[in-house]
Design a protein around this ligand. Structure first.
Ligand SMILES: [Zn+2]
Length: 129
């Protein structure tokens, strides 16, 4: 069985990072201490952004190719990730944070949609303050 090294997909995160630069989105931080370790955080806007890998987070899309061997342990792990995602989102909401979860397949295919969602959330928080 080939091991999948990391849950975090550095490539997709870097892609989002370059999209932020293009869209001139500022004020984001990485490694901001919050439940669930969001990939990007906009502290002023209280917005947490997660990039969810389709495999690890169980997206029902073509990218989510569960390995045939050892399928059960993988499924358990993925189910665990999904319930953890929900729990972390709830926790962040309870702390007054807005949460955006971006699927890696959408980021790959329609990056502008992801950026617009984030821009809209940032605008909303501007209007609030
Ligand atoms: Zn997907």
């Amino acid at each position: 069985m080939s091991r999948i090294r990391s849950k975090r997909n550095a490539t997709t995160e870097l892609k989002l990072l370059s999209l932020f630069r293009l869209a001139r989105l500022h004020g984001w931080r990485r490694d901001f201490p919050l439940p669930g370790k969001p990939d990007f955080v906009f502290p002023k806007a209280k917005l947490a952004v997660f990039v969810d890998g389709c495999f690890w987070h169980g997206h029902g899309c073509a990218r989510n190719l569960t390995p045939k061997r050892n399928a059960v342990p993988w499924q358990k792990k993925i189910a665990g990730n999904r319930s953890r995602d929900k729990r972390m989102t709830r926790q962040l909401h309870a702390l007054g944070w807005n949460v955006i979860r971006v699927w890696e397949c959408l980021l790959a295919k329609r990056p502008q949609i992801c950026v617009r969602r984030i821009q809209r959330a940032l605008l909303k928080s501007d209007n609030r303050s």
